[in-house]
Write a protein that binds this ligand. Sequence first.
Ligand SMILES: [Zn+2]
Length: 373
Amino acid sequence: MKFSEVVGQQSVKRALIFSKKENRIPHALLFVGPEGCGKLGLAVAFSQYINCENPQEVESCGICPSCLKYQKLVHPDLHFVFPLMKVNENTLVCNEFMKEWREMLNSNIYFTPLQWYSHIGRENKQGTIYAEEAGEIIKKLNLKTFEAEYKCMLIWLPEKMNITAANKLLKILEEPPSKTVFILIAEETEQMLSTLLSRCQLVKIPPIKDSEMHEALSNQYQVSEHDLNNAVLLSEGNIIKAFKLLENNSDNQQFFESFKNAMRLAFSFNVVEIIKWTNEIAGFSKEKQKDFLMYMLKVTRDNFLITEGAENKVVHRPEEAEFSIKFHKYINERNVFTIVKELESAYNHLERNGNPKIVLLDMMLSIALIIKS
Ligand SMILES: [Zn+2]
């Protein structure tokens, strides 16, 4: 992974590169930063840089044998430790999950602990770094360096170490093996042993700057400037949050079209088309069906507010605002409560595993009758 693959963080990158140029690479670094700032990516890019056989001014070369292995995360002197969860008290160590870890990191360098747990099929559990892992770390460090200048041991979320693991790691850091760089990558340090903290050189990673976030997002998403600015503003430097906002955004576009269709069909009471519509929505994933109903609820309430003259309380997108100019008068004090009740009841039925085709058809027929009356 090259530095350029990590969004922004120019001053952190500069300081890291400087430490290599000055030959003052600490044997233990602690990267601390909030979710979605890129600290894991920076740790991998830095490890690649210090082992690059032909490092450039501000970047690793990307083509030497070391870089090629680093790009695929398969370099034999690059080691990872990350939280896992035991099943039936069986010992688990990171080596057993390297395939999943590489898949995760290769597809996206920005992810939350929950996204990692969900990737290994354990979304409802809390991860831990167990004492056995410390034994693994010692084993790996005792191996002779295969081909790199530095062995790099990257520990993602050291705050998840149990106390035995943390104490064992402390012992290793007290007598650090030569030519080994530990990079601990933490979101919060309150739960970490203070003795462990004092062994590491702290590198604070701030949230991503708005201008850098804007540039990165505009390269990845084809969305309007309005939606882009909105995502930058709401994400507060957390790129994972910005991704989610923009992905929901493409759902929102689809939801808006489906809502418009639903209202058109309700007015025309075209049952054949209504059935087609419900089948289409029933084809969404369960979560998306529920998100769509929440969206319908929001738009219904927004239009009622506009009818009541409270448009200043409504936050909507330009195309939604345009649609509401004509539509809002159909949502009024005579029907808003029954429509909302129908939507809420459909939502509850879906949550209790009701058949979506039936639930949505019932809902649509009721809403059509309410709107026409
Ligand atoms: Zn290189």
